[in-house]
Design a binder for this molecule. Structure first.
Ligand code: PHE
Length: 455
């Protein structure tokens, strides 16, 4: 394929919002709160912020420069920049991670569609906390319903991918991201003013470092990679559609800030509400689906129209946030199959959608009828989440930092990140130092520590 035929994002704002659209998703609103809950609250958040700053941003800039310089899918990018070396496996591992994440992510994305229909049919009204717990458990372990929604969600993603991503993503991101932000702010205000919200706020702000162990570090690092869409070539693929005038460091900074702010605000919605209605913060993946409908009922109980409108809007926007992320995951694998195996884009997309439906069905069933089938003590859904977020993405990040820090010609690195001299030399040196030493050592240390080799 001629490089000049490749699609391009149309505007700088589009670049930021599409990348932020990939980053902001279920990872922020669904995964971040339950990981924070499982790992003890504020202390986890502080370590998470450290991971974003020290590992996330430099690695994001690396992915951006690898993608924009090679202008190819993530596997080919390494072949172009490091011909005839094993670096191409970094790209290939990313493609595989994309496929696995998309499979189980779509299960949860499908849940948001069920919750939209429930909100639309006003079925949250008059329910108690216990009802919400029971109905979520009933739904997520049902063998049919979640599978149907999963298929619907993947087909919607498929539809946008074959239509051509840029106009779809760019346009929808420009409308949906600001809307998402406004709704989140309103919900934060509602949540923190609920009776008994205080202990939830404390949970988020008062660090208890006695709870910190190796698993907290691994959890925070995995969450940082997952939330920023890093370590699997997603932002690398998007960057292959960036124009030459896109400022990579500024874009990375904007995406990092937007993503972190949304995640922390999601915490301020979920925890005050969860504490207020007596739900434990370590309820796991179901946390958001049980507490949120409750918030709407409690906060707007006396004005049912508002409870209705907010429930619908929130789940629509949650689905849209998930959609801008599933599109970016799908794009990684589709671009790879399309460019490497010369399938048409449509056929490549069909293969991706079909495979994800296949794996997704098993992930979904592993939460219900297939509960007893486990591998390494985990059901398929949890296994996909663990293997991707806690192993493949950090490992990808480690290799990307080694690639940019040690292997890649520094002329290319400087040319890409300096943006006609707008990046100052000292900052560039810090960037390279982090990639050469800090990131690889920190990631390896967290890995080794968690594997128990240091104990
Ligand atoms: N960052 C997305 C989220 O937070 C998930 C994602 C991971 C998307 C990896 C693309 C690649 O929901």
């Amino acid at each position: 394929m001629n490089k000049n035929d490749r699609a391009n994002f149309g505007s700088k704002l589009g670049v930021i919002l599409a990348s932020a659209g990939s980053a902001v998703g279920l990872g922020n609103i669904w995964r971040f709160p339950y990981e924070t809950g499982n790992h003890g609250g504020a202390a986890f958040i502080i370590i998470y912020l450290g991971c974003i700053l020290l590992l996330g941003l430099p690695i994001m800039i690396s992915e951006f420069l690898i993608g924009r310089h090679s202008r190819a899918n993530t596997a080919a990018a390494y072949q172009i920049l490091a011909p005839k070396t094993h670096w191409r496996w970094v790209g290939r591992m990313g493609v595989l991670a994309g496929l696995l994440i998309l499979s189980y992510y779509s299960v949860v994305a499908g849940w948001t569609l069920e919750y939209i229909t429930e909100a639309l049919t006003n079925s949250f009204s008059g329910k108690s906390s216990a009802d919400f717990i029971a109905s979520f458990q009933g739904f997520s372990s049902n063998p049919w319903k979640p599978v149907l929604w999963l298929i619907v969600f993947l087909l919607a993603t498929h539809f946008i991918i074959v239509k051509g991503v840029e106009k779809g993503i760019e346009k929808s991101s420009k409308i949906m991201m600001p809307m998402l932000f406004i709704i989140i702010l309103v919900l934060v205000v509602c949540s923190v003013t609920l009776p008994g919200a205080q202990s939830g706020i404390e949970f988020l702000l008062k660090p208890d470092f006695s709870k910190v162990d190796g698993s907290v570090f691994l959890g925070a690092m995995g969450q940082a990679f997952f939330s920023l869409s890093l370590g699997m070539g997603c932002l690398c693929t998007y960057a292959s559609y960036f124009g030459k005038d896109t400022n990579l460091t500024k874009t990375a900074f904007s995406v990092g800030v937007i993503d972190t702010v949304v995640a922390v605000l999601a915490g301020f919605i979920i925890f005050p509400a969860a504490f207020s209605v007596g739900i434990k913060p370590d309820a796991g993946p179901s946390l958001v689906f049980i507490t949120l409908p409750n918030v709407f009922q409690q906060a707007f109980g006396s004005i049912p129209v508002l409870a209705y409108v907010f429930s619908v809007m929130f789940y629509v926007l949650l689905a849209v946030a998930a959609l801008t992320s599933t599109i970016s995951l799908h794009e990684v694998v589709t671009a790879y199959l399309h460019e490497e195996f010369k399938f048409t884009r449509g056929k490549a997309a069909k293969i991706v959608t079909g495979s994800c439906i296949f794996f997704g069905i098993f992930c979904s069933l592993s939460l219900g009828v297939g509960k007893e089938y486990t591998l390494f003590g985990l059901g398929l859904f949890d296994l996909f989440d663990f293997v991707t977020a806690k192993i493949m993405l950090p490992l990808g990040g480690l290799l990307i930092s080694l690639f940019t820090g040690w292997y890649l010609d520094k002329k290319i690195v400087w040319e890409e990140v300096s943006n006609q001299g707008t990046l100052r030399m000292p900052l560039y040196k810090v960037f390279i130092f982090i990639l050469k030493f800090i990131a690889p050592i920190a990631i390896s240390f967290i890995f080794i520590n968690e594997l128990g080799l240091l104990r």
